[in-house]
Design a protein. Sequence first.
Length: 119
Amino acid sequence: VQLQASGGGLVQAGGFLRLSCTASGGTFSSTNAAWFRQAPGQVREFVAYIGRSGGTRYADSVKERFTISRDNAKNTVYLQMSSLNPEDTAVYYCAATFGLGVPKPNDYWGQGTLVTVSS
């Protein structure tokens, strides 16, 4: 499975963006998918997860602001981000796994898309 993330960019604080991650080369509907992010000088952190059955989980820092969804017909998972603040500035990565739970480092990962939130 190859993952292609897109949708990042520069946005002002309080604004919104929608990230997309499109999969190819596999049965996307059979995967659990997630978004992670890595801010400059920080470790990569979990952002949001959506299971193959549609169940979702979020990091506390993005609850009520971010929404993860998927469209299996388009082999795409989305991350709708609102009320963005400068602390959300990071490279956002999508990941997918045919296994259980949240994707692991040895699962399938996209190349990342940069989100920059200006104050």
